[in-house]
Design a protein around this ligand. Structure first.
Ligand code: FAD
Length: 308
């Protein structure tokens, strides 16, 4: 059992969690951020962020570093560990990780979200051998090669455009004949001569040899015609899931697993807050996670004051 009881534990050190830690520690609360990896969250998988005010453009990992410096300047602590459970004892809570157990008066859940799998043959087998969910992490392996991008939303089109800066050719496969991505992203992709689109196209299988991906087998969902496309890599952007499994038994999630909060970022359990991508919300971005973080930090501070 930990000797110290924190005022607040923030689970997840992405942009939202780091902002909550900043607000709480600046108001003199003792704060511990716990993350299972490197601080920065999904920003570490993002090349250029062009929609964070104050920067024309900044690399995701650079923004992560700047936020970490801000978030720890008033004494917020940082610990590694994967949180597996929160036990609610009313005015105190226990946060259990795979490495340690911590006591706290309040908890802020900021665990974010992660990309969905396509669920086709070859996807698992060729993971890290041509199948990727992160253009920034893996794009450089595909210089002057042909890559497939699967999906039609913001991530597919944005990352497809990023990949076109490295690859010889990018083919975006979409199961409909219209993209869901923001118009400005669509315009950039349509204007890029390295990018082509195949509409009404669904991946049936990711193909490969004994070493790596060699292509995809696809079906035209209008004509049912099956064909193969040669490619060196497949980047999959087909949706996103909340990372909320450790918190399901608190009864604070909806049926899809997103955590429900009010405008103060409070869940229905007193002293437990949630913010950022893991929350049921419309727009999942760095700016909105940061905004949520400020509100959650301030709300938790108010809760701590009420405890006396
Ligand atoms: P996250 O950034 O997801 O951080 C969550 C943290 O929680 C992670 O560090 C994770 O390790 C940790 N965690 C999870 N589970 C546990 C656990 N059980 N125990 C301990 N720690 C845990 N947004 C923009 O505004 N502009 C962009 O241009 C942009 N481009 C993007 C491009 C890509 C490829 C991706 C993936 C995302 C992009 N986003 C962009 C979205 C943006 O990064 C997210 O909306 C934002 O990072 C969400 O912040 P968050 O704090 O809610 O969570």
């Amino acid at each position: 059992m930990a000797e110290k009881t924190y005022d607040a534990i923030v689970i997840g050190a992405g942009p939202g969690g780091m902002t909550a830690a900043l607000y709480l520690s600046r108001s003199n609360s003792s704060v511990l951020m716990i993350d299972r990896g490197v601080y920065g969250g999904q920003m570490n998988n993002t090349a250029e962020i062009e929609n964070y005010p104050g920067f024309d453009s900044i690399l995701g990992p650079d923004l992560a570093e700047k936020m970490y410096q801000s978030s720890t300047q008033f004494g917020a602590e940082y610990a590694f560990g994967t949180v597996t459970k929160i036990e609610d004892h009313g005015t105190t809570k226990t946060v259990v990780t795979d490495m340690d157990t911590y006591e706290t008066k309040s908890v802020i859940i900021a665990t974010g979200a992660q990309y969905k799998k396509l669920g086709v043959a070859g996807e698992e087998e060729f993971g890290g051998r041509g199948v990727s969910y992160c253009a920034v992490c893996d794009g450089a392996f595909f210089r002057n090669k042909h890559v497939i991008v699967v999906g039609g939303g913001d991530s597919a089109v944005e990352e497809g455009t990023y990949l076109a800066g490295l690859a010889e050719k990018v083919t975006i496969l979409h199961r409909r004949d219209k993209l869901r991505a923001q118009q400005i992203l669509q315009n950039r992709a349509f204007a890029n001569e390295k990018i082509s689109f195949k509409w009404f196209t669904e991946v049936q299988e990711i193909l490969g040899d004994d070493k790596k991906v060699t292509g995809v087998r696809v079906i035209d969902n209008q004509t049912q015609e099956v064909s193969e496309i040669d490619a060196d890599g497949v980047f999959i952007y087909v949706g996103i899931n909340p990372i909320s499994a450790p918190f399901l038994d608190l009864g604070i999630t909806n049926e899809e697993g997103w955590i429900e909060t009010n405008d103060s970022m409070a869940t229905k359990v007193p002293g437990i807050y949630a913010l950022g991508d893991v929350r049921e919300k419309e727009l999942r971005q760095v700016t909105t996670a940061v905004g949520d973080g400020a509100i959650a930090g301030q709300s938790a501070y108010g809760y701590l004051q009420s405890l006396g």
